[in-house]
Design a protein around this ligand. Sequence first.
Ligand code: ADP
Length: 490
Amino acid sequence: MLSFDPDKIDIPEGNFIGGEYLKMKEGSLAVNRPSDGKTYASLSEAGINDVDDAVNIAENARQESGWSACSPRERGAVMRRWADLIEQDSDYLGRLEAAGSTRPVTEVMQHEIPFTAAAIRFYGECADKYSGDLLPTASHSLGMVIPEPYGVVGAITPWNFPLSMASWKCGPALAAGNAVVLKPSELTPFSTARMAELAVRAGLPAGVLNIVQGRGQLTGSALVKHPLVRKVSFTGSTATGAGIMSDAAVHGMKPVTLELGGKSPQLVFDDAGDPQAIALRIFRGFTANGGQACVAGTRLVIQRGIAPAVTEHLIRLCSQVTPGNTWLESSRYSPLIDHRQGEKVAGIVALAREQGAEVLTGGERFAGTGEGWFYRPTLLSGVSRENCAVREEIFGPVLTLQLFDDEEEGLALCRHETYGLCAGVHTSTLAVALRAIKSLDAGTVWVNRYGRSGDFIIPTGGFMGSGIGKDLGKQAFQACQRQKSVLIDF
Ligand code: ADP
């Protein structure tokens, strides 16, 4: 039985610094549950001085404990033990995640916990697999590139997949020998702190991974600007990412990895296959986590022949969705994170209608869910390229439908002025798929599927306004190392 009572969980309210939970003087913030809007805990917010302490502790810990200097194999062993503990703690960790985030408990247990553990394990395995370069120099000299850790990595994560996001940031940074100070979203702060506690239990030296809590403008900003933070890794909105990149440039010219927003197309050709199966794929692509995923496939660009059948199945799938609190085993559909996000989604849909969109299904909040903001899966047709629902990242379960006749027109409709995160291509013609892969401005292209697999060797990250650099893959590991060039004459 996965259902649980969310009022009966102990919440780790402090900041996790130097291996222990600390309450800060700065102040406390109310933290609400997305499912019912109830305030269930308070957050002890870290101010500038607290962030300074955390970063100094991290820098000392990585040096004094030998974490940066030890053999990568030893780091890998600690990380694999950490992954095991994450799985063993799934009852508690999973409840923390499900009570306080938009992730239904069944999803958390089936996906979130195993994926988080697998990502940490993957980077534990990477630790001793990637080396530097020996370079073809003149025979009286030896040229090398030696990778080394940056020092302290400052990581900032969003609220949509708290545990996974933390694993994507901590995994590569720690495996590469850095210390990490991570600030989770102030909306979903607690599961990340527990995850860090488990790392210490697994043998990570205290202080090598620290969690500071608080708002972005205060705690997050102090972290990015701290002089001992030598690299910044961020996932969140494009606007916030731009500000962080600017802060990182001004305060120490720090390299950044930025995983930002998206407005990803799903390009469906007439020969894609069974319309029912295609509709299910599209449906999952835009409703997973209530549409609150940067990779959500929110623009259906579909060839005229197959469109009526796929649309009919989509409308049916959307109308079958029911809301339910995230702590109930039967719940599958996510609430929006809070009323602010709910009002944003509703506002964009209203404006899209004024601009000519027709609502095929949805277009409103579920009634009778109290303070929880559950928004109906929504299909909007009759939208032009200029329609706000086609242009803006909504971060809610809203799909626009645009029709095309030939391949060129379809590919042109997929282009977006700002974003280039992902794209789905659905066709049974290899040449069509290959041409689309070449043509699309997207950091990830999925063909005849939509969404990541558990193959963490595949990196993820966007082009243009969708970001810089990659999470996951060996690319994320290597991006957590600076490259030192060496030339020795002998
Ligand atoms: P959203 O709230 O839509 O997820 P944000 O991109 O604003 O999107 O937030 C993502 C993360 O970035 C959160 O942890 C947030 O607290 C943090 N954040 C917001 N503003 C800043 C900032 N100026 N500096 C550092 N971190 C920030």
